[in-house]
Design a protein around this ligand. Structure first.
Ligand SMILES: Cc1cc2nc3c(=O)[nH]c(=O)nc-3n(C[C@H](O)[C@H](O)[C@H](O)COP(=O)(O)OP(=O)(O)OC[C@H]3O[C@@H](n4cnc5c(N)ncnc54)[C@H](O)[C@@H]3O)c2cc1C
Length: 397
């Protein structure tokens, strides 16, 4: 059987695209096949995001949300209201169930559990371990092979991992404050060429997700994360008695390299399309926006699927990555300075790429000057020498 569309990978991007295709009536006379190696029946990740109250957020299976956050570092411990934002938590399994239920009610959609091993662009076919499937319009691809990660090792680009190890823990004593999150606690040992911090998402007074996070080029051994997390819980939280309910141990690529360019009928989505913001590792909202862009393109019959975004903010990401990756300034120094000299809500607005130039300048005025001036110079030089002559015009967008 020939399908109109195939989606390879039913994770955040693949499922969101399928859901939005249904919502936008794009499948009334079209067939969609979704292939994933996994059943998607496990809670394999927790998504967090911040947003102003918006309709699409209200429709999501939100597990919990907060309006206050704490940031901590050397010599500071600040709690702030996030207004106009709230910080939301969505359990992976809830999101998968929420969308798979919608898909299973639609006769135009077929879901197959299988591993894709090869994409044949010329035949518009997808080979899996068990079979071969054909499509007539587009194949949307959201998984990647390890050699695609290797191809990113361009020495002129920055590539670091956001790697984390966290436990959902339960305590006898009431020790957590469920009304606020710890967004970033940098009262942990520094890591060279990156950033180290812990964060806490409290569910109740007795239960929280406590995660140890690093931004760095090198991954650690599992034992090392475990020790760091145990030390944080024992020493920083002064907690000796607790039980572990769940583990979250994973990594996210953070890079200004291009993961995958589209070929004629194979369209990258999700991480592969660059939806992970290089300087933060967050992608939930950017992914949703990219999917909306794809839906518009499909509706209009155009053929432009590339992730659109501001060149100005892309440049800021590159500069921040340069500073961290090359160790021009320590992560604790950069973020410590940002948090103590700016309101957290302004920084979230900046990370959402919603600030104006004046607000950007205000924020830039609070970072370690020489490290950033050097990084700006290096990144400008790199852009001008290797890329396009429209660079300076693009920066104004
Ligand atoms: C543990 C974790 C926590 C995260 N937390 C946040 C967060 O709090 N906020 C945020 O904004 N971002 C977060 N991210 C980053 C990002 O949002 C997620 O990685 C997101 O899931 C990326 O979506 P995706 O669709 O690109 O990839 P995925 O969601 O990983 O989906 C890829 C899918 O492809 C399937 N697949 C893989 N190989 C094959 C194959 N050969 N054949 C068929 N199927 C295949 C996989 O089973 C998977 O279902 C997190 C990432 C991780 C790993």
């Amino acid at each position: 059987m020939k399908y109109d569309f195939i989606i390879g990978g039913a994770g955040l991007a693949g499922l969101t695209l399928a859901w939005q295709m249904i919502e936008n009536n794009l499948l009334e006379d079209k067939k969609l096949l979704i292939i994933d190696a996994d059943k998607k029946d496990k809670n394999d990740r927790t998504w967090c995001l911040w947003s102003k109250p918006e309709m699409w957020i209200a429709n999501l299976p939100i597990n919990q949300s907060w309006d206050t956050a704490t940031v901590k570092g050397k010599g500071f411990d600040l709690s702030q209201k996030l207004e106009p934002y709230r910080y939301y938590k969505i359990e992976g399994i809830d999101y998968y169930k929420f969308i798979i239920k919608k898909l299973s009610n639609n006769t135009q959609v077929t879901f197959i559990q299988d591993v894709i091993v090869y994409e044949d662009e010329s035949r518009k076919s997808i080979k899996t371990e068990k079979s071969t499937y054909h499509y007539s319009s587009y194949f949307f691809k959201s998984y990647f092979y390890s050699d695609e990660i290797k191809a990113l090792s361009n020495p002129k680009k920055h590539f670091i991992w956001q790697h984390f190890y966290g436990w959902k823990i339960k305590t006898e004593k009431a020790i957590f404050n469920p009304t606020k999150i710890t967004y970033m606690d940098m009262q942990v040992p520094e890591v060279k060429g990156g950033l180290s911090f812990a964060y806490i998402l409290p569910e109740s007074e007795n239960e929280a997700l406590v995660e140890y996070t690093l931004f760095s080029a090198d991954l650690w051994k599992e034992e090392e994360y475990k020790t760091a997390l145990e030390n944080y819980i024992n020493n920083n939280l002064e907690l000796k008695e607790y039980s572990i309910v769940e583990l979250e141990y994973n990594k996210i690529p953070m890079t200004n390299s291009v993961f995958a360019k589209r070929s004629k009928s194979i369209i990258p989505i999700g991480t592969l399309a660059g939806t992970v913001k290089p300087s933060t590792g967050y992608s939930f909202v950017r992914n949703y926006n990219h999917i909306q862009q794809i839906i518009k393109t499909l509706k209009s019959g155009r053929d432009d699927f590339a992730l659109s975004g501001s060149k100005r903010f892309r440049f800021y990401d590159e500069v921040l990555m340069n500073v961290l990756h090359t160790g021009k300034s320590s992560g604790h120094e950069v973020f410590g300075s940002l948090y103590t000299k700016n309101k957290l809500s302004l920084l979230l607005k900046f990370l959402n790429e919603d600030t104006n130039l004046l607000e950007d300048l205000k924020i830039m005025n609070t970072v370690p000057k020489w490290a950033f001036i050097k990084a700006v110079a290096e990144e400008l030089f790199e852009s001008v020498t290797t890329k396009n002559s429209e660079f300076f015009t693009d920066l104004q967008r």
